[in-house]
Ligand binder design. Structure first.
Ligand SMILES: Nc1ncnc2c1ncn2[C@@H]1O[C@H](COP(=O)(O)OP(=O)(O)OP(=O)(O)O)[C@@H](O)[C@H]1O
Length: 400
């Protein structure tokens, strides 16, 4: 595989078993026995079974599921804190895919020091060290001289807004601040992969939301690969580029947030998503009527059933102009985040990743149809009332 396309992490048919009678437990896994049956027959706990998925570089992948479903078990396999019974855990390390489950101790140490860094739920700060010393722990293990260490740490403490607290001790900080130290410590090592095991769940809801926002903001510049454990679907949908939903050691669905919301794969997932608010999760691309299903007449696309609103596109399907009941109309370009159009218009053009919330704001403001275009300005689809209602009701258009 070309080095640039190597995923950051790849799990291949991973089984993890806690207990003495591993081989017997694995035989029962192969026979399709459940975790309970395996426990009863062998006294071994099935931590994870048949887990396969990839995490691309720069992606946030969230492992989500009820308590005991196996999220931490999988996360901890990435730096071999858990033994793998069967399968591979490939980690991109120094431009090569290394099977952490099978590599030698020296390589493992190198991976833990330079490639994979962990952020814990309970912050794990050493009480006798200052914030700066805690944040520099990973760099100390890398053997960096103190001046260099402090330079990097101060930079990371600034990133998480803790510059003024560098010389304080953990007990002098609030929970949210302590977790910011945890983040600074993980960022400081320059590891490409961050493992985050429910990092915000010990915090109160307001601080938790704030740290989620900060993480997303930071991620725009740091572009780390993050494997994040959460038992909260709201958090998973907000943070994850992709989400793996776990049940009893198995991954029951792995996909993008909109896929999980619109196409839950099992009743268990459907139960999770039933009460979710789709407004902040769904984007135009997930609900739009795609270009190929719009009616065409020559180089005109009909945007309403009566054929009164017609769009002319060029040879690359880029919107050129619009005609309303035979008269020339104007196209207005909206920003994708806020849902605002700069001037009066008849039809709106917006980025295909327009949030559903922004689409509703635009409709409310103008009541015009919304054309969704890709990065090159080519029409991808139409988002009008029908598509918005469908999204709100979390009903997927049958796949074409
Ligand atoms: N070191 C261990 N020894 C024995 N059993 C373990 C060990 N680690 C995890 N388990 C068991 O494996 C199963 C999965 O645990 P895991 O911690 O991965 O779940 P989780 O989804 O992360 O749950 P939580 O949200 O409660 O942390 C549980 O039944 C747990 O008891």
């Amino acid at each position: 595989m070309a080095e640039t396309t190597l995923p950051a992490i790849e799990f291949r048919n991973l089984d993890i078993v806690f207990g003495e009678r591993r081989a017997e437990a694995l035989r029962l896994v192969d026979q399709g026995k459940t975790r309970d049956e395996i426990l009863q027959a062998t006294n071994a706990v099935l931590g994870a079974a048949g887990v396969s998925f990839t995490v691309d570089r720069g992606e946030i992948c969230v492992l989500m599921g009820l308590s005991g479903s196996g999220k931490s078990t999988i996360l901890r396999a990435v730096n071999r804190l858990n033994d793998v019974a069967r399968g591979e855990v490939l980690v991109r390390h120094r431009e090569r895919a290394i099977d952490v489950a099978a590599c030698d101790e020296t390589t493992l140490r190198d991976i833990r020091t330079h490639t994979v860094s962990m952020v814990f739920q309970q912050f794990a700060l050493l009480p006798w060290r200052t914030v700066r010393q805690n944040a520099g722990l990973g760099l100390e293990l890398q053997g960096l001289p103190v001046a260099e260490r402090n330079r990097i740490v101060d930079e990371k403490l600034a990133m998480v807004g803790l510059t003024k607290w560098a010389d304080k001790y953990a007990h002098e900080l609030s929970g949210g601040m302590q977790q910011r130290v945890g983040l600074a410590r993980a960022f400081a090592t320059n590891a490409d992969i961050l493992l985050m095991d429910e990092p915000f769940s010990a915090l109160d809801p307001l601080i938790r939301t704030k740290l989620q926002d900060e993480l997303l903001e930071l991620q725009k510049s740091i572009r780390k690969t993050i494997l994040f454990v959460s038992h909260d679907l709201d958090e998973a949908l907000k943070l994850g580029n992709r989400i793996a939903i776990m049940q009893d050691g198995h991954i029951v669905q792995w996909g993008r947030p909109d896929d999980i919301l619109l196409r839950p794969a099992t009743p268990y997932v459907a139960e999770f998503v039933r009460h979710m608010n789709p407004l902040n999760v769904l984007r135009g691309s997930a609900v739009m009527r795609p270009l190929h299903s719009l009616k065409r007449e020559g180089d005109m696309l009909l945007l309403d059933d009566a054929g009164g609103v017609r769009l002319e596109v060029d040879s690359a399907d880029r919107p050129v102009c619009v005609r309303i009941e035979g008269h020339g109309g104007t196209l207005g370009h909206a920003d994708g985040e806020e849902g605002r159009v700069p001037h009066a218009c008849d039809v709106i053009v917006a980025p295909v990743d327009l949030k559903l919330r922004a689409a509703i704001a635009l409709k409310r403001q103008t009541n015009h149809p919304i054309l969704l275009v890709d990065d090159l300005g080519r029409l991808a689809g139409l988002c009008d009332n029908e598509e918005i209602y469908r999204g709100l009701l979390q009903r997927a258009e049958p796949r074409a």
